[in-house]
Structures are given as C-alpha cells and as structure tokens.
Design a protein around this ligand. Sequence first.
Ligand SMILES: Nc1ncnc2c1ncn2[C@@H]1O[C@H](COP(=O)(O)OP(=O)(O)OP(=O)(O)O)[C@@H](O)[C@H]1O
Ligand SMILES: [Mg+2]
Length: 283
Amino acid sequence: MSESECTHNCSTCASKKNGSCGQDATTKAISEQLAKIKHKIVVLSGKGGVGKSTCAVNLAISLAMEGHKVGLLDVDLHGPSVPTMLKLQNAVPETEDDKIIPIHAAGISVISVAFFLHSNDDPVIWRGPMKQGAIQQFIADVKWGELDYLVIDCPPGTGDEPLGVCQMIPDAEAVIVTTPQEVAASDVRRSVNFCRQLNLSILGVIENMSGFACPHCGEITYIFKQGGGEKLAEQMNLNFLGKIPIDPGIGDCSDAGTPFVHFRGKTATAIAFQDIVSKIAGE
Ligand SMILES: Nc1ncnc2c1ncn2[C@@H]1O[C@H](COP(=O)(O)OP(=O)(O)OP(=O)(O)O)[C@@H](O)[C@H]1O
Ligand SMILES: [Mg+2]
C-alpha cells in the first residue's frame, strides 16, 4: 500500500517512511492475541487515588488463586504503580521470537510501561498517538498466550489510555472503582457514560475504602460514609460488586511489594476481594 493509500492516518506506523502501512498487520496481531484471552477486565474510575491499581492487582491475584490463568496489563503510562506493588521495579522482560515475555509474579503474568523505562523516575512524555502505539504493542507484541482473564489497570479519567484500550478491545468489560463519598459520584457517572458511549459492558461498581477493618478483630467501622457506591450502582442500573474496607495492611503490602491477598488472606479486606472475584467469575 502506498503512503497516499494509507487510510489509517496514524503517525506511529511506518507508512510515511517506507510506503507500507503496518497498521493492518498490527490490527490482525491484536485480534489474534485477544482471541486467546477469554475475559478482558478494564479497571476504571473517574477519580485518582481511589484504589484502581490496588483493586486491579488484588483482583488479578485472587482470580489466579482460584485457579484461573491471569494476565495483568498496566496502562497507567504516566504513573505506573503495579511494578511497585509487586516488587518488580527492576524487572526487565525478555524477548522470544520478536515477542515480549511478560514477567511472572504472584501467579500472574505482568506487563507495565515501567519495565521499559531506564529508571523508575523517568517521566513518560508522550502524546496521544504514541500512547496508542504503546498500548497496541502491549497487546500485539506480548506473549500473553491463552488466558482466562486479562486485567487492565488504567489511569484515572477518560483520556487516551482507557479510550485506546476500550477501542482496541471491543469485548472488554469494565469494573468501576469508587470511594463511598458522594463527591466521587459525578466522577463515576462520567466513567459509566464513557463506557456506555463506547458500548462497553460494565461488570459493576466496587466501593473501595469503605469503612475501616480493625486489624485485631476484623470489625468494620464506618469512619466516613458508606453505601455511596451501592446507591450509585442502583441509580445507574449497574451491578454492585462489593465494598472493600480500609486496611492499613494494603499500604504496607504495596510498599513491600507483597500482594495483600496472598499475605493477609484471612483479613476482612482480602475476603472482600475474594467475594468480588467469585461474583465476577460467576457472571
Ligand atoms: N482498601 C484500602 N485500604 C487501605 N489503603 C488503600 C485501600 N485501597 C487503596 N489504598 C491505598 O490508597 C492509595 C491509592 O491507591 P491506588 O494507587 O490503588 O489508587 P489508584 O486509583 O490506582 O490511584 P491513581 O489514580 O493514582 O492510579 C495507595 O497508597 C493504596 O495503598
Ligand atoms: Mg493506579
């Protein structure tokens, strides 16, 4: 195909240099890869810091603990936190037959942009098309193999990364994370409407940081409000997947790179993750 015939108008493909558009091959590679993955779960929220990455990591590991084959893709290109949560800051993926081999940790296969940066402090300064190119590569050029679930951790909001993922993976299903406070509600509505506009089905809403789980007896104390996520799910006609209580162990485990559901499996918060996974796997 000559450059003038390329209809993709993409700045990342090679068409402008060598006169052949690589986009068709990439699209084909993406659909071949995705055909081997049964369920694709995109973790979204309108707001930052509500616990998307915590949920993505712990849901992925809980699914693996139930015997599923699971991949975790971190597309938070500007603020990847998955490698820290799994103590993979120094991981460097190997390649085989021109494909990237994901890093295996805690029973799951992991890919993050952080694995390809020189230093963990390097900022990613990319415009939209470069981000799309990176996400395409994370799907097309990674040896994910046959998976039951691919969990995708997104940055907050409805920008290039979630948009790219949702457009590339039309059968992806969204999990929306929120906190119990009303103030998070309009952000959630935005995420829900984003999914609806893109025809993405929504598995449901998780209310994270919902009450405080006593580390001694497990009793939940609702320090702030509770039920905001549940109410919103009802109003927007969505499944409510469950409440995840605050547990200081989550921060400790994230900092130490020891997955919470592995190491504190008997806590109320870990059980909440397992309950959500049973609902997701039962759907
Ligand atoms: N249930 C919880 N109990 C205690 N701490 C939590 C809980 N959920 C998340 N945290 C802590 O809150 C902080 C933010 O969580 P996390 O990084 O998962 O949020 P995020 O939505 O992915 O943020 P960002 O929008 O920046 O990507 C982290 O320090 C994490 O350890
Ligand atoms: Mg995050």
